[in-house]
Design a binder for this molecule. Structure first.
Ligand SMILES: *[C@@H]1O[C@H](CO)[C@@H](O)[C@H](O)[C@H]1NC(C)=O
Ligand SMILES: *[C@@H]1O[C@H](CO)[C@@H](O)[C@H](O)[C@H]1NC(C)=O
Ligand SMILES: *[C@@H]1O[C@H](CO)[C@@H](O)[C@H](O)[C@H]1NC(C)=O
Ligand SMILES: *[C@@H]1O[C@H](CO)[C@@H](O)[C@H](O)[C@H]1NC(C)=O
Ligand SMILES: *[C@@H]1O[C@H](CO)[C@@H](O)[C@H](O)[C@H]1NC(C)=O
Ligand SMILES: *[C@@H]1O[C@H](CO)[C@@H](O)[C@H](O)[C@H]1NC(C)=O
Length: 855
């Protein structure tokens, strides 16, 4: 949203003296953080040996043994858990450890798989799990080796293991080697490319939620969110890890002498609780991770449409006018957003009395055209007697506390504030209940989404502008022990609140700046307070691809950069790229020029109108991908290496992405270009059909210079795919509900094509509670389209597949000698018997397979 630094900049213009009294944010380096500096400077040394007499296996198949430490540090206890689906977990801690253990990240209890055999020899022990993975425990010096099918995929290196005495510091370090990897990925969230770089001579990657306005690009410093997940990927194998710990972490990435990639985690507090995912593909690693941390509900369809936001829209009249202008100028829009100024003096759950005197009437105005409202709600609560949200939390001791037990107070948007303790179950329940219609005057179901911001949590005027680490949460947990999970816990409460408010029947929508492992169950995210420059456009693809790799698939970036003003070219290019990220919102700082599309010239408007229309035409694709994300734990957008796992050329590419498996988009993030290089993956049997001309490219493993105009960026359908679109232009996604599909059939070289489409009521939880949905396979062969129900148990009767048009793209000339091939487009508006296709309905109440003959 906005930042203290920018506020300072604005105030600088007003008064220089204010600047002198406000601190600036400066992120700390490892060398400035005592525990990190100590751990980083510790020479590698193996301090532990396995006490062979301590080895035990209990009835559940949990393996326990002890590590005897060199003098000066404590002996440790190791617990190894083998779960189904090639997931292993290792917990290492002191006996009777009092370290904080996170309990809010898991979606449910992981399923133990059990141990098949334990083979103890003189120097090592081999544990074979019931799922075939093997763990080799080396006794002296201590090392742990993780094998899948005899391939060593991960090594926990004993010489980087160091667990400081809890009386001294709670910190620990652990080193992980990925022997099969070419590159390491993950460690979200950083404004860097996909592959993690060597940090030996640089700063380690830092994982510490912090507001970092105008965050530097290519920097290993942390920003708003943290997901301590990492992939080691090579052409043949992928392994992954999740360090289940919410304290501050620094991570050094190195290549050891064998050319192997190693990550050394240096963690401030909490428990060493490591999940190991043995893949062996990126898709399997992600699935294994999401089996533990969960997936969201289906997003309401409107949330996949276009969102218009600004810091701030100041009056209810302005809100209504903006939406009316979107209609006047024929721009589609589903939601308008209100930043902090809609409240009474930054008191959340209130309305500014003059400027939003009749919020109900404003919402009714929005409802009349099927628009939704999203408002901001931050975790800081203004300290003010008589403000019921404050009074209730104070009385029930639901704020984060000072070490002396009093409610912590600090400075934020409202002035002096206190922060809800979201670790406290009653804190979450209290906050959730604030969203009930009776507790939040002036709200209706049109207020359909909530935006949680400043939830790192940000506190002005203290070190790094975040909540001090020695503040105290529920059951005496120190803030530093759970810092990175605070924002996730807020969104959990918000999500619960919206669920309760609507009797657990409507799907909530939440957007959050701070996030952590598990946040995907509750919230969408965005890339925070960027700047309107080409570099931030470029890195937005890497950042959202990275968030998809770590399971938070609903990601976007402020179009066209938060701070400062884009020129027309950047504005258009950002729209073109941003329309292909899952979350699509325009948002900018209060000092920027107005940025609604209709304030630009007619030419710019036409480009942007086309982009938004292209987004809406593809809403069925996005919606289906979210269903498949939930059903199969696949990402919504993916980097090329995720799909083309063997092709080393694509391992670092991030300015090209795949939407599902069938659409490839290349962002144009360089100014003034008339062509851009595009990489075509997939080998000689993969063909890519260009959306803006009858050209076909082969997956030759080469870059091809693709011409672009200001109207176009490179977008391709994969030959062999069926893309379900809705091409009729309507003002909102809601208005499109009954529209028929335009099925784009991209024939492969043997004239076959396959796709899927998912349908439900778009807003309720009936798809979940009553299995009310339809999910179809769309297959083309021999002039006939066949529609087959994939989930035979689904109650699909009310979700007809309505067809308007079928368009085939048939390759007529294969690419050769580096020259693109050609395809012909054929539009079918009637079937083979001459029946008009428009609005042709296929009902699946009783049928599981129906077909449409075209020729
Ligand atoms: C751990 O706690 C148990 C039960 O209180 C006690 O018997 C045992 O001695 C303790 N172990 C250590 C190493 O402190
Ligand atoms: C980031 O790093 C990449 C790779 O080293 C480089 O190509 C790019 O120009 C850098 N971007 C910025 C903004 O420094
Ligand atoms: C109310 O709206 C006016 C007009 O946009 C604006 O100047 C003023 O700052 C707003 N008041 C508050 C309290 O935000
Ligand atoms: C909503 O407000 C706009 C702007 O004031 C107005 O033009 C429009 O007619 C209103 N719509 C309804 C349904 O009241
Ligand atoms: C929730 O249930 C209450 C009581 O049955 C009902 O009055 C209310 O209309 C329901 N709200 C929604 C959004 O369904
Ligand atoms: C489905 O089958 C039932 C029972 O056989 C029948 O009554 C009904 O008419 C059928 N519905 C459709 C839409 O074909």
């Amino acid at each position: 949203m906005k930042s203290q630094k920018v506020k300072i900049f604005v105030q600088l213009i007003v008064s220089f003296t204010i600047l002198c009294t406000l601190p600036t944010v400066r992120a700390l380096k490892c060398s400035e953080v005592e525990y990190c500096s100590a751990l980083r400077n510790r020479p590698p040394a193996n301090l532990y040996i396995v006490d062979v007499y301590s080895i035990q296996i209990d009835d559940m198949g949990i393996i326990r043994f002890n590590l005897l430490a060199r003098s000066g540090i404590e002996d440790l206890e190791v617990n190894v858990f083998a779960y189904k689906d090639d997931i292993l977990r290792v917990k290492i801690k002191e006996f009777n450890s009092t370290r904080f253990e996170l309990s809010d990240v898991f979606a449910g209890a992981p399923n133990l798989a059990g141990v098949q055999s334990v083979n103890t020899e003189a120097t090592q022990m081999t544990i074979t799990t019931n799922i075939g993975s093997r763990l080799l425990v080396k006794f002296s010096p201590f090392n742990l080796e993780f094998y899948r099918n005899d391939v060593l995929e991960l090594l926990l290196s004993g010489d980087r293991l160091f667990i400081d005495n809890p009386t001294n510091s709670q910190s620990f370090s652990v080193g992980l080697v990925f022997p099969e990897s070419d590159h390491l990925y993950g460690l979200h969230q950083h404004a860097t490319g996909l592959t993690l770089r060597n940090t030996e001579a640089a700063e380690p990657y830092r994982l510490f939620n912090i507001d970092h306005p105008n965050y530097p690009i290519n920097d290993t410093d942390s920003i708003y969110g943290v997901v301590p997940v990492m992939y080691g990927h090579g052409p043949e194998f992928t392994a992954g890890i999740f360090l289940h710990n919410a304290a501050q972490q620094f991570v050094d990435i190195t290549h050891n002498t064998d050319g192997q990639n190693m990550a050394v985690f240096m963690v401030e507090a909490g428990t060493l609780d490591l999940f190991v995912y043995l893949g062996p593909t990126p898709a399997e690693v992600l699935r294994q991770y999401l089996l533990i941390t969960g997936t969201p509900y289906m997003p309401p369809l409107w949330s996949l449409g276009y969102h218009q936001s600004r810091y701030s829209y100041y009056t209810q009249e302005e809100v209504k006018d903006i939406v009316a202008n979107f209609d006047n100028y024929n721009f589609q829009i589903d939601a308008i957003w209100l930043d902090i100024d809609h409240t009474d003096a930054k008191k959340y759950f209130t309305w500014a009395p003059q400027n939003f005197s009749d919020p109900i009437e404003m919402q009714q105005n929005l409802t009349a055209t099927n628009r939704k409202l999203v408002v901001i709600s931050d975790p800081h609560i203004k300290v003010e007697r008589g403000y019921s949200v404050y009074d209730g939390a104070l009385e029930n001791e639901l704020f984060v506390k000072n070490p002396d037990g009093s409610a912590f107070e600090g400075d934020c948007w409202p002035g002096t504030s206190s922060w809800i303790d979201f670790l406290h179950p009653e804190g979450r329940a209290y906050y959730a209940s604030r969203y009930l219609y009776e507790n939040y005057p002036g709200t209706t179901p049109t207020l359909a989404g909530i935006w949680n911001d400043m939830n790192e949590p940000e506190v002005f005027g203290v070190d790094e502008n975040v909540m001090p680490g020695d503040t105290v949460h529920y059951r005496d947990v120190l803030h530093k022990e759970l810092h990175n999970a605070y924002g996730m816990l807020q969104t959990r409460a918000t999500h619960d609140g919206l669920m309760e408010r609507d009797n657990r029947t409507a799907r909530p929508f939440v957007l959050s700046r701070s996030h952590f492992a598990g946040s995907q169950r509750y919230t969408a995210i965005w890339t925070g307070d960027s700047t309107s420059t080409w570099e931030y456009l470029d890195i937005s693809y890497a950042m959202c691809l990275n968030s998809n790799l770590v399971g938070i698939v609903f990601c976007g970036a402020d179009v066209a950069g938060f701070n400062s003003d884009p020129d027309d070219e950047l504005y258009q290019r950002w729209f073109q790229a941003g329309a292909w990220l899952p979350f699509f919102r325009v948002h900018s700082h209060e000092t920027t020029k107005r940025r609604e599309p209709y304030v630009f010239s007619d030419d710019v408007q036409q480009v942007v109108r086309n982009v938004i229309q292209l987004r809406y035409k593809h809403l069925p694709v996005w919606y289906t991908l979210f269903h498949e994300h939930i059903a199969y734990k696949t990402p919504v957008i993916r980097p090329l290496f995720f799909q083309y796992t063997y092709d080393t050329n694509v391992f670092a590419i991030y300015n090209q992405l795949l939407v599902g498996t069938d659409i490839m988009v290349r962002a144009v993030s360089e100014p003034g270009v008339s062509s851009v290089p595009v990489y075509f993956p997939g080998g000689s049997n993969e063909y890519w059909v260009s959306l803006d001309g009858s050209t076909v490219y082969q997956g030759s493993g080469n870059y091809v210079d693709i011409p672009v105009t200001i109207n176009t960026i490179p977008i391709y359908y994969r030959a062999g795919s069926v893309i379900p679109r809705k091409d009729t232009i309507k003002p909102t996604s809601t208005d499109m509900y009954d529209d028929g599909y335009t099925l784009i059939v991209n024939l492969d070289s043997s004239n076959q094509a396959h796709g899927t489409v998912y349908l439900d009521d778009t807003t309720s939880l009936f798809y979940l509670n009553y299995v009310e949905y339809n999910y179809l396979s769309l297959d083309y062969s021999g002039g006939e389209l066949t529609f087959t129900k994939i989930d035979s148990h689904a109650n699909s009767g009310q979700f007809d597949l309505v067809v308007d048009v079928v368009v085939t793209h048939q390759i007529t000339e294969l690419p050769s000698d580096g020259k693109p091939g050609k395809y012909v487009e054929t539009r079918y508006e009637v079937d083979s018997s001459g029946n008009l296709l428009k609005n042709m309905k296929f009902n699946f109440k009783n049928a599981t397979k129906l077909s449409l003959k075209l020729q």
